[in-house]
Design a protein around this ligand. Sequence first.
Ligand code: ADP
Ligand code: ADP
Ligand code: ZN
Length: 215
Amino acid sequence: MKLILLGPPGAGKGTQAAMLVEQFGIPQISTGDMLRAAVREKSTMGLKAKECMDAGALVPDEVVVGIVRERLQQEDCRAGFILDGFPRTVPQADALKKVLAELGKELDSVISLEVDTDALVERLTGRRTCGVCGKGYHLRFDPPREDGLCRECGGVLIQRDDDQEATIRTRMDVYHEQTVPLEDYYRQQGLLCRVDGMQEIATVHQRIVSVLQAG
Ligand code: ADP
Ligand code: ADP
Ligand code: ZN
């Protein structure tokens, strides 16, 4: 299964991708996670990416396309993959098409998670991530252990630098300008499946699975 999870910041792409990894045993390819790993390693690319990310802007297309091209060639992507947070611009979508054609692969489906702006802001301000295992939480909607630590590994939770209200607003604007056109792009290719992302996490998961099984 070769999927894209499309949706604004905070829509639940990472949360749903992790559940699909469990269910289908195919890898999650999150450009955000890969960029944050590069930032931690302090590579030249990571340091440049951090400036864009902290400002709420997109990292240049050629950087993310390069990362994804390399990742898709790895052995564990043979049976399928879940792209989370990529593509985010029309040039990235065009580049993805080329990469997949070179690999003899085709997308099965683009799941578009739809969530109101107010809910997005609430989700992003309450988002926390385990600094050890990377598991995602929400202070209200998917709370950690009572002592505030990770349920899986007991790690300390951290808040992302870009999950501050001012940066969140910029990311929403960037999403509307640069990423929303991808809805039409994939609709025209008959790949777009809209899913109501306002439901509870488990319900959204069930709907995605039904959409995939119907397709
Ligand atoms: P969210 O899921 O909250 O939207 P991500 O973790 O996907 O956040 O992305 C965080 C930041 O990483 C983005 O604001 C952007 O700066 C950068 N980024 C991630 N994916 C891409 C991409 N496909 N193209 C350009 N920049 C990206
Ligand atoms: P994205 O990857 O699209 O930016 P995340 O999966 O990181 O979004 O989710 C953003 C925040 O919202 C996280 O704190 C997550 O726990 C929470 N969340 C995800 N899905 C839902 C949902 N259906 N209802 C309520 N909160 C959710
Ligand atoms: Zn953990």
